[in-house]
Design a protein around this ligand. Structure first.
Ligand code: HEM
Length: 492
């Protein structure tokens, strides 16, 4: 303990259970390449019974939250205190001085950005209005899979198909068909990949902030972030100029128009500058595409590994869709009442339980001293919530490591009615409280229609009858390491 700096903050925190630490790095060496897994295991061994564990990551003391009741204390009881974000200089560069909703510290600026998202851009009504965008992109994906299926035995890069779908739905929502001219949509995956690379997982400079200010590593990251921001900037300027300069459209209400139209129509009401609009667009692309794609890919991978579940979901879809969809390219639409497909919904919920794309959320920061589960957490403490670990807690979930969508069905036991909307702290893939994901409806709507179509129209095989490798890679989000390559067969 003598090796710990003797700040008041650390003295207070040091009552929280903690594994043995090394000089300088503290516990950083224990985090490993899959932090959500190692933090769960460390908490089980060293975290005591109240769901809080203290780690010293470099010079940054970090409280890890690992149980539903501790998560509820942080995200509901003391939500306001824990709703800020630690400062992140790279986010400052990329998100236009933190004018966005994701990285902005708690305060009026964040509140306005979040309100813009929840009250205008991502309302249930607005999400429904993008139905045409989802259907157009699902149709394109089904056509691509059909082409592969016609070419008997052709292996399809399902990862690329699903990534392009999530990306293109977002492009349509942001800027309608203009985004597709000159292939602008195709540069987005590259740009989002570089953003992920810039943030990476547990980057050293986040844990040695004092060193990072003078450090070459940090300077090169900042340089990279600035160059990247320039590329985003050029794209956003083209899109915004197009919207601002085209002849006046019919009055844009919240139901009409793409995201840029809506934001331009709200500039006076919200005092939005061009940078505000760009920062929100950064949120859309960087929080909204990869997440949706990953859940989709994990769902397909899990279904391939569980033929029984695959058979059930296909039987539900093929049995319930009464209209004649045999004619190819006639996709299932939202008229086919996908939300009544209980097993399809259970597959999505089970995938989100086992594979929440943001297993540790973004870090939270406390803004006042606050007692949680009997421990005092001082203002300015970084807090991480292990939603992945909570979703696999054997104290609540039966066979927690198993993929069993049935658990979410009527009669499926005590989890049957558990929902992901932030009210049940055993299951928080979208977070909860003030920082909850505003894109939940958008993400789920995109997932449902595309997954339904891929499962309705095709049977799927793994090339060479091999198994599916579920090895993960941690970045800002958690990916499968291998691409998902499958052979589509036309439905018999
Ligand atoms: C299945 C898909 C998705 C999942 C599982 C997911 C999950 C999450 C999680 C766990 C958080 C962090 C909560 C926290 O830090 O406490 C978050 C934040 C956020 N998400 Fe999502 N998300 C998804 C899709 C989307 C989509 C489609 C959008 C945009 C259209 C979006 C926009 C955001 C934004 C802007 C934030 C930051 C909110 C804030 O800090 O106040 N997400 N999401």
């Amino acid at each position: 303990r003598l090796l710990w700096p003797r700040s008041k903050q650390l003295q207070t925190l040091s009552r929280i259970p903690s594994p043995p630490a090394l000089p300088i790095v503290g516990h950083l060496h224990l985090v490993g390449s899959l932090p959500h897994v190692s933090l769960r295991d460390l908490a089980a061994k060293h975290g005591g019974t109240r769901g809080l564990m203290l780690l010293r990551l470099g010079s940054v003391p970090t409280v890890i939250v690992s149980t539903p009741s501790a998560a509820e204390a942080v995200l509901r009881t003391h939500d306001r205190v824990f709703s800020s974000r630690p400062s992140n200089p790279l986010a400052g560069v990329l998100f236009y001085g933190l004018l966005d909703a994701g990285f902005a510290p708690y305060g009026e600026r964040w509140r306005q950005a979040k309100l813009l998202l929840t009250a205008h851009l991502l309302t249930a009504k607005k999400v429904r209005s993008f139905r045409g965008a989802r259907e157009a992109e699902a149709r394109r994906a089904v056509a691509a899979a059909r082409d592969a299926a016609m070419d008997a035995g052709e292996v399809l890069d399902v990862s690329a198909l699903l990534m392009a779908y999530a990306n293109d739905v977002m492009c349509r929502a942001v800027s309608g068909s203009f985004f597709f001219e000159d292939g602008r949509n195709r540069i987005i995956p590259d740009l989002t990949a570089v953003v992920k690379d810039v943030f990476g997982a547990f980057k050293l400079q986040d844990y040695f902030p004092a060193m990072a200010r003078v450090d070459v590593l940090s300077r090169s990251s900042l340089g990279k972030a600035m160059a990247l921001r320039k590329r985003w900037d050029e794209l956003f300027d083209t899109l915004i100029d197009f919207h601002a300069q085209r002849p006046p459209q019919k009055t844009i209400g919240d139901d009409d128009g793409d995201f840029i139209d809506v934001m331009l129509s709200l500039t006076d009401e919200y005092g939005l500058t061009r940078d505000h609009i760009k920062a929100i667009l950064m949120n859309m692309f960087n929080a909204g595409t990869d997440t949706t794609y990953l859940v989709h890919e994990f769902a397909m991978a899990e279904l391939m590994r569980h033929p029984h579940a695959m058979a059930k979901v296909q039987a539900e879809l093929r049995g319930k869709v009464t209209k004649n969809k045999e004619e190819f390219l006639e996709i299932l639409t939202e008229d086919d009442d996908l939300s009544s497909m209980a097993y399809l919904r259970a597959v999505i919920k089970e995938t989100l339980r086992l594979h929440p794309p943001g297993p540790l959320f973004l870090p939270h920061l406390s803004t006042a001293d606050c007692e949680v589960e009997g421990y005092m957490i001082p203002a300015g403490t970084t807090v991480m919530i292990n939603a992945w670990g909570i979703g696999r807690d054997p104290g609540f979930w039966e066979d927690p490591e198993e993929f069993k969508p049935e658990r979410f069905l009527e009669g499926g036991g005590h989890a049957a009615h558990v929902e992901y909307r932030g009210q049940d702290f055993n299951y928080i893939p979208f977070g909860s409280g003030r920082r909850i994901c505003p894109g939940m409806n958008f993400g789920i709507a995109s997932l449902e229609i595309m997954l339904a179509n891929l499962l309705y129209h095709f049977d799927w095989e793994v090339p060479g009858g091999k198994g599916i490798d579920m090895t993960e890679k941690f970045g800002v989000t958690v990916h499968r390491k291998e691409k998902l390559m499958l052979i589509p067969k036309l439905k018999r």
